[in-house]
Every structure is written in structure tokens, then in C-alpha cells.
Design a protein around this ligand. Structure first.
Ligand code: SAM
Length: 264
């Protein structure tokens, strides 16, 4: 889908991009094709997309003959997509409110993520859809610092730990703001994740555990864990795993969080 097509659809459908939903529509055919290629979709796959917008990524994926579900919060966009696309089930929902009973297990997840909810969407995906083989995202380039970082750095937290445990991370390529209608203020980036064995630990419970561990970053981890387990259980787990009683959450590696979660 190119700039002209996007503008035509917006005009004929009376659609005005809503900044409150982070609507910047991708209009560069080459970038769209590269994103779809990175998804490595097989015929038998179930694919989910978060935020299909006007269908820039949705249309080429719907042509790959897969089970395909797309979650769109905006009623107007969801109506437009449902009436114009075949081979995709458009679900008019805030993805963050989709619960387990409505969930479709996915092999591949793709999203040009609405930047205002990037962290929450990625945490939900890694917590609840971690059986997926591949995840491909467009994010704000400056958000990479929160995704690809290690212990003892300022940005290290639940998101970086989930990304690291899910599997192999790749920074694929930068996307200039000129590739969107309307144009955002910042540069974007496409990133991909391929599932690895350490993803087995990921679950909604594990995400909640990480959130508790980082609830008060400056406090000692054992204090934050008082909402998770008894002081005795925490001390016992720390000594078995060789974690200092005065450690802060930001000092532990992703693998240590996985071990600690299993022990508690
Ligand atoms: N995928 C399209 C593209 O690449 O052109 C649109 C991407 S736009 C950056 C983000 C899309 O996510 C918008 O269509 C917006 O309405 C939708 N969106 C925002 N918040 C959402 C949420 N919580 N659940 C589902 N969709 C959401």
C-alpha cells in the first residue's frame, strides 16, 4: 500500500488518523514486503496482528492463506477492514483487554505497535503468546534502549528480561518517518524475535512476578518480593541461587529471574 492509496482510502471513507490511538499508517511498499518476509509465515500458521490500521501489513499477510486474526481498537478502521478484506478475522477490541477465553494461540505475531502502549502490548504478548515461533515488531527507534539492554543499566526492567528470555533478538532495520501517513516525529525500527527454549518460562504469572520485582526499583529485591512470598521462602531461594540479600532487581540476569520464579 502506497501513500496515494492510503490517502484515497482515508478520503473516501472519511477517516481521520487519531493520534490518541497512535495511528501512523505505513505507506512504503518495500518496507511492508520486508516486514512480511521477516514473519516467515507457513501455510498452516495462525497469525495475529495488533493494530492493522488501514491494512498495510494485513493485506499481504491475508494473501498467504493462513488463519489470521487482527485486533483493532478503532471502530471505524475495524468496520472498514471487515467490509473490505477477506481471509482475515478483524476483532474490534482493545488488545490489552483481550482475555484468555477469547485468545487465539498464534504461531506468528506481527505489529506496527502503537507507540503509546508499546511496553504493555509487548509484555502481554511475551506473557500470553510465548508459544509463538516468531514475533516481528515496528517500534520507535529510541525504545530499543528499553528492549535490548542488560543488568545494571538504567533501562533494564521487565520488558528487557521478557525479550531476552523469549529468544533470539535481531534489530532488522531503521524506518524513516517519511514511510508513514501521517508522519510521526521520530524514526522507527523493525525488530524480530525467534522463539528459543528459555521462552518456556514465560507466562502471565511470570510477567506479574517481574512487575513485582521492579515495583520499587531503588529498594532491595527481597523487599519487593514481600508481595510474592514469605521472607523465609525468599531468603531460602536467594541462598540456593547465590543471590545476595541486599541485591536490587536491576542486578539480576534474565536467567536468574527465571530460576528465582521457579523456586518461589
Ligand atoms: N498496522 C498499520 C500500519 O502499519 O499502517 C497501523 C499501525 S498504527 C502505528 C497502530 C494501530 O494500532 C492503529 O490502527 C490503532 O488504531 C491501533 N491500536 C492502538 N491501540 C490499540 C489497542 N490497544 N488494541 C488494538 N489496536 C490498537
Amino acid at each position: 500500500m502506497n501513500r496515494e492509496t492510503i490517502k484515497q482510502i482515508m478520503q473516501s471513507e472519511g477517516i481521520l488518523p487519531q493520534s490518541k490511538f497512535g495511528q501512523n499508517f505505513l505507506c512504503d511498499e518495500e518496507i511492508i514486503q520486508r516486514i512480511v518476509g521477516l514473519c516467515e509465515i507457513k501455510k498452516e500458521d495462525t497469525v495475529i496482528e495488533i493494530g492493522p490500521g488501514l491494512g498495510s501489513i494485513t493485506v499481504p499477510i491475508s494473501e498467504l492463506a493462513v488463519r489470521f486474526y487482527a485486533y483493532e481498537i478503532d471502530n471505524g478502521l475495524a468496520d472498514y477492514l471487515s467490509s473490505n478484506l477477506t481471509n482475515v478475522t478483524v476483532i474490534n477490541r482493545d488488545f490489552l483487554k483481550v482475555d484468555n477465553s477469547e485468545k487465539h494461540e498464534a504461531d506468528v505475531v506481527v505489529s506496527n505497535i502503537p507507540y503509546y502502549v508499546m511496553t504493555d502490548i509487548m509484555k502481554k504478548l511475551f506473557g500470553e503468546y510465548s508459544r509463538a515461533r516468531k514475533m516481528v515488531f515496528m517500534v520507535e527507534d529510541e525504545a530499543i534502549a528499553r528492549i535490548d539492554c542488560g543488568p545494571n543499566s538504567k533501562q533494564y526492567g521487565p520488558l528487557a528480561i521478557l525479550c531476552s528470555l523469549y529468544g533470539e533478538y535481531r534489530y532488522e532495520f531503521k524506518v524513516p518517518y517519511t514511510a508513514f501517513v501521517p508522519q510521526p516525529r521520530t524514526t522507527s525500527a523493525v525488530i524480530s524475535f525467534t522463539r528459543g527454549e528459555s521462552a518456556d518460562i514465560l507466562s502471565d504469572g511470570f510477567v506479574k512476578f517481574l512487575n513485582a520485582c521492579f515495583a520499587m526499583r531503588r529498594k532491595m529485591l527481597r523487599k519487593n518480593l514481600s508481595s510474592v512470598a514469605s521472607a523465609e521462602a525468599v531468603d531460602e531461594a536467594f541462598s540456593r541461587l547465590g543471590i545476595s540479600g541486599t541485591a536490587r532487581a536491576e542486578e539480576l540476569t534474565p536467567a536468574q529471574f527465571a530460576e528465582l520464579y521457579l523456586k518461589l
